[in-house]
Design a binder for this molecule. Structure first.
Ligand code: URQ
Ligand code: ZN
Ligand code: ZN
Length: 487
């Protein structure tokens, strides 16, 4: 049962600015935000003096308990959303990924079942991994009846979940009718496949072969191709884990020409470079095998500039955990190392320490890129990503002076290593509330298994197309839109 809580004396930070305001929480909602609020009888009063009070982080890219490359990610929806809360993140958008020929709706229902154990709120992008008329029908059903407004396309992972241009075109056209957003893992899977063979046959079998098989050009080509297809079809796109200059340039060109292109950057791609693959210890180098791979230093600098310039709008983690024994499936062949790294617990501190404390981002910009922009792009603002009356009480009380050293010894993620091992970060979550319940305080997790809820994300309000025709295919019929009631 949540309680009434008055968060007093803090500095409220939203994407719009900073305010010396109190925040009153009643049950699961924010009841009021403003100066000198009264505490109702029986309310708990939290003194937030010296701290920032911000919307809880939203991570738009996670893979809890993902079945992938012959194994299953070690982090489940309860442990993963709990670790998120410890770092100030109160919602994640995960992925339902059907195998080719598997119904999208069945995959979605399967993932919904797995997520029942979540401790904080969640939603799902649904992947289009194949095409026939039934896929189109499932997309319409998911958009209309299940609050799915984003469909994922993997342009990599040949012979697995990769979709070709024909599938991209068919899916993009359907998404346009729905007012849904197409998201993309942009790497040319055909090139990766050939490069992997060449590199392996040259005798390079270790983790150092992974980045060699996925150079920036491979990502840049796919990013540009997806953007151009979307341009011709007139549909918005969102590029996940933009990792390099080549892809960032494609995004920047399109946005400067007025095309509706969104792009995400992972916290780890902002601060870790490709020297990790040259670690002589096989296990340590394999820990960093993820796609797109970590890049050389100049790409990090460009990504930070892209984030500051607004060419990259969101930050994520692609939290997809495989423990060391799982990574060792690729001991003889880097192509068999399950791709993925963790990080959901550390994203906010990484962005604060390396973003705000270096002057790259203001606290408001930090809130925008860790929470509010994701809520707006995926159409759940201001229910999420906002501190206004009527919004869900997903709140983080952020201590800008609190320092910790990141380590697998102390993290709450269910994985036996941490990609930021040993990194000291200043700026950490002191208290986290998930829909009004304190789930993290005094270094203790107080999450409740199964208390997390699925968040409906209605398709964008049907728009007027260039012929002045109102598109109503996805007029949400059964999807509840939880908007704040005017106070
Ligand atoms: O590609 C993804 O986003 C999933 C399969 C996680 N793995 C990864 O290496 N990024
Ligand atoms: Zn991906
Ligand atoms: Zn991913």
């Amino acid at each position: 049962m949540s309680e009434s809580i008055l968060i007093r004396g803090g500095t409220v930070v939203t994407a719009e600015g900073e305010f010396r305001h109190d925040v009153l929480v009643i049950d699961e909602k924010i009841a009021a935000v403003g100066p000198d609020l009264e505490a109702p009888a029986g309310a708990r009063v939290i003194d937030a003096g010296g701290s920032y009070v911000m919307p809880g982080g939203i991570d738009p890219h996670t893979h809890m308990e993902l079945p992938f490359m012959g194994t299953v990610a070690s982090e489940d929806f309860f442990t993963g959303t709990s670790a998120a809360a410890a770092g100030g993140t109160t919602m994640c958008i995960d992925f339902a990924i059907p195998a080719p020929q598997e119904s999208l709706l069945e995959a979605y229902n399967k993932w919904r079942g797995w997520a029942e154990k979540a401790a904080c709120d969640y939603s799902f992008h649904v992947a289009v991994t194949w095409w026939d008329d039934s896929v189109r029908e499932d997309m319409i059903t998911l958009a209309r009846d299940h609050g799915v407004n984003s469909f994922k396309h993997f342009m990599a992972y040949k012979n697995a979940i990769m979709c070709d241009d024909e599938t991209l075109v068919n899916s993009f056209k359907t998404a346009k009718e729905l007012g849904a957003l197409c998201t993309l893992h942009a790497e040319n899977g055909e090139l990766v496949y050939v490069l992997q063979q060449d590199i392996y046959e040259k005798g390079i079998t270790g983790p150092e072969g992974h980045p060699l098989s996925r150079p920036p050009e491979v990502e840049g080509e796919a990013a540009n191709r997806a953007i151009r297809i979307a341009e011709v079809l007139g549909v918005p796109v969102y590029l996940v884990h933009t990792s390099c200059i080549d892809a960032l340039e494609a995004v920047t060109r399109a946005r400067l020409e007025g095309q509706r292109v969104f792009a995400e950057v992972l916290a780890q791609h902002l601060v870790i470079d490709d020297s990790v693959y040259r670690n002589p210890d096989w296990n340590t180098a394999a820990h960093y095998v993820m796609s797109p791979p970590f890049r050389s230093k100049e790409h990090q600098d460009a990504l930070w500039r892209g984030l500051q310039a607004g060419m990259l709008q969101t930050t994520a983690t692609d939290h997809c955990c495989f423990c060391t024994p799982q990574k060792q499936a690729g001991l003889e062949d880097f192509r068999k190392i399950p791709n993925g790294t963790g990080g959901i617990e550390d994203r906010m501190s990484i962005l604060w320490h390396h973003g705000v404390r270096t002057g790259r981002l203001t606290p408001s910009e930090f809130v925008a890129v860790t929470s509010s922009n994701t809520a707006k792009i995926f159409n759940i603002f201001p229910q999420k990503g906002a501190l206004i009356a009527g919004a869900d009480a997903d709140i983080v009380i952020w201590d800008p002076a609190k320092t910790r050293t990141i380590s697998a010894e102390t993290h709450h993620q269910n994985i036996d290593f941490n990609i930021y091992e040993g990194m000291e970060v200043t700026g950490n979550a002191a208290i986290t509330l998930s829909r009004g319940l304190v789930v993290w305080e005094d270094g203790e997790l107080k999450t409740v298994r199964g208390r997390g809820r699925y968040v409906n994300r209605p398709c964008a309000a049907p728009y007027w197309d260039s012929q002045g025709k109102r598109n109503t295919l996805a007029e949400p019929t059964k999807v509840e839109r939880t908007l704040p009631k005017p106070s």
